[in-house]
Write a protein that binds this ligand. Structure first.
Ligand SMILES: Nc1ncnc2c1ncn2[C@@H]1O[C@H](COP(=O)(O)OP(=O)(O)OP(=O)(O)O)[C@@H](O)[C@H]1O
Ligand SMILES: [Mg+2]
Length: 221
């Protein structure tokens, strides 16, 4: 499904080149659950952004099935992302002015789905995540764990092939973390591919594969 070959990413700051990723080689098959770990600043989020098409690598290639993503222009990239990628970001951003239902429905609205289809999909996903009784509450009226589950619902509603999560349980207590991890496991067992960045041993222990980014290179355990 995913093949990264000699993938590199550098940033320029005041004419100084910073090499963040120096040669990442990684293959991920459909249906895998992969953890990415590494020290703060190692380049984990950078790698996730590249995988999600939010950043382009400086060099190397990224194949997603038969497409070389590195050849896509901005428009192609946006269309590809909308169809294939679900993002759960480090600071999950719900829209404060919209209630839970509308936050989750947003990707379907962009995709021009009918009102009936949106209604049934959103309600069924909220039920799965045990959020159905929160559908008409606003983000500020939710606990951290509930808000995190809403962000997860929004990432899943379009049925993306690849789900990318950046420290998805970073700010949660142990109980809530367990609930979220069980949801991930379940979604993964339904055939979705998951790549998640984490510092947490509990999280990486549920993953079949653990990749570490160190000094710009990837290692597998
Ligand atoms: N847009 C950018 N411009 C310049 N430098 C950047 C940019 N994005 C990231 N960096 C730098 O790249 C390095 C890797 O950042 P990244 O966010 O990928 O780290 P990380 O492994 O996710 O760390 P953390 O665990 O703290 O989230 C950092 O030194 C960061 O300052
Ligand atoms: Mg990060």
């Amino acid at each position: 499904m995913i093949k990264l070959t000699e993938l590199k990413k550098s940033y320029h700051k005041k004419n100084v080149r910073q090499d963040i990723l120096k040669g990442i080689n990684l293959t991920v098959e459909e249906g895998e659950l992969v953890a990415v770990k590494g020290r703060s600043g190692a380049g984990k989020s950078t790698l996730l952004y590249i995988l999600g098409g939010l950043e382009q690598p400086t060099s190397g290639s990224y194949h997603f099935y038969n497409s070389n993503i590195t050849n896509f222009n901005q428009k192609e990239l946006a269309a590809w992302r909308k169809e294939n990628i679900g993002f759960i970001l480090q600071n999950f951003t719900l829209i404060e002015e919209k209630n839970v239902f509308d936050n989750v429905a947003l990707p379907l609205l962009y995709a021009n789905k009918s009102k009936g289809e949106i209604e049934s999909k959103v309600i069924s996903l909220l039920e799965q995540l045990e959020l159905e009784d929160k559908a008409y509450q606003y983000p500020r009226e939710l606990s951290g764990g509930q808000a995190q589950r809403v962000a997860i619902a929004r990432a899943l509603i379009n049925e993306p092939k690849l789900i990318l999560a950046d420290e998805p349980t970073g700010s949660l207590d142990e109980e809530t973390e367990k609930v979220i991890l069980n949801i991930f496991k379940k979604i993964n067992q339904e055939g979705k591919t998951f790549i998640l960045v984490t510092h947490d041993e509990t999280v990486s222990s549920i993953c079949e594969r653990v990749i570490e980014i160190k000094n710009g290179y990837s290692d597998e355990f």
